[in-house]
Design a protein around this ligand. Structure first.
Ligand code: PHE
Ligand code: CA
Ligand code: ZN
Ligand code: ZN
Ligand code: ZN
Length: 283
């Protein structure tokens, strides 16, 4: 699997920060900052040879857009899908929430296009709009699929906040094989993970409700780091995983680059493994 260069992920975060700076300080639904974020990701993907599909939908805050791009697999009946939300809240630039997942995913998409543009199964990348309005983009997308299209999706992996500055290595308690693959990779870096129940708090929810196996990574939001977690992962017990959650200070300074690197590499490794022929044989 490609090792994702954290400098590439951070370059995408710098671009999203600049977009916020030039558009009133945020990248929220219905704003020019969100539109510019969509254009940035689209441009990056197209330069790498992807065809990008834009799916517009209406919200109470104005029009929003999902974007998807894929590497078509030899077996059209199987799709491994991943995504994260590209919108921010109004309060700030949304660099950890969720520039981090968006940028890690973009770096992974660009690395996969170089490393294996013709995978055995389809790898589909999504960037969701209007998560902060109530998971609107991912819900709209799942609702737009007919039964056959939905059935093609073997698994959906979600990445919402993967660089929290006082973070933890949380793996969604979802599909056990996916959890095992994330854990296996992070164990090679001597990182112990903890399972987390994300419930309805992010964009995997619509997929889970539709019966698609799910997984994902998370480094923590407004919750408080425990003593045990600080022993395990470092950082400060008694403080939030992300003290700038949904705040103006969620900037490029609000990122732990080591955590961002490890989680981006875990994303790449796991998506790569799920699309490898040996995984599929016994799936
Ligand atoms: N979805 C939340 C947000 O965007 C963040 C979050 C993700 C919280 C996963 C809990 C678990 O604000
Ligand atoms: Ca790396
Ligand atoms: Zn949020
Ligand atoms: Zn989020
Ligand atoms: Zn489990």
């Amino acid at each position: 699997a490609p090792d994702i260069d954290v400098a590439a992920v951070q370059a995408h975060l710098d671009a999203l920060q600049q977009i916020a700076d030039e558009n009133g300080g945020n990248r929220a639904t219905g704003t020019t900052g969100y539109r510019a974020s969509v254009d940035y990701v689209t441009e990056q993907l197209e330069t790498a040879g992807y065809t990008v599909t834009e799916q517009p939908f209406d919200t109470f805050g104005g029009e929003s857009y999902n974007i998807t791009a894929e590497l078509a697999g030899a077996d059209p009946s199987r799709v491994v899908m991943l995504g994260g939300h590209l919108d921010s809240v109004d309060a700030g630039a949304g660099i950890n929430d969720n520039g981090s997942g968006s940028a890690g995913e973009l770096a992974t998409a660009l690395a996969f296009a170089e490393a294996n543009p013709n995978p055995s199964v389809t790898v589909r990348f999504a960037w969701w709009g209007a998560e902060e309005q109530g998971l609107l983009g991912s819900s709209h997308y799942v609702d737009s699929l007919d039964a056959a299209e939905l059935d093609r999706i073997d698994v959906y992996l979600n990445f919402d906040m993967i660089g929290s500055p006082n973070g933890g290595y949380f793996v969604y308690d979802g599909d056990d094989a996916v959890e095992g693959t994330f854990n296996e990779f992070l164990a090679t870096r001597d990182i112990q993970t903890a399972p987390t129940t994300v419930g309805g708090r992010s964009d995997h929810a619509a997929f889970e409700d539709a019966g698609v196996p799910i997984g994902g990574l998370f480094t923590g939001a407004e919750g408080t780091k425990t003593e045990e977690e600080a022993q395990l992962w470092g950082g400060t017990a008694g403080e939030p995983y992300d003290p700038c959650y949904h705040s103006e200070c969620d900037t490029t300074a609000n990122i732990d680059p080591t955590m961002l690197d490890n989680m981006s590499d875990a994303m790449s490794y796991t998506v790569w493994s799920l699309t490898a022929p040996e995984t599929l044989d016994d799936a």
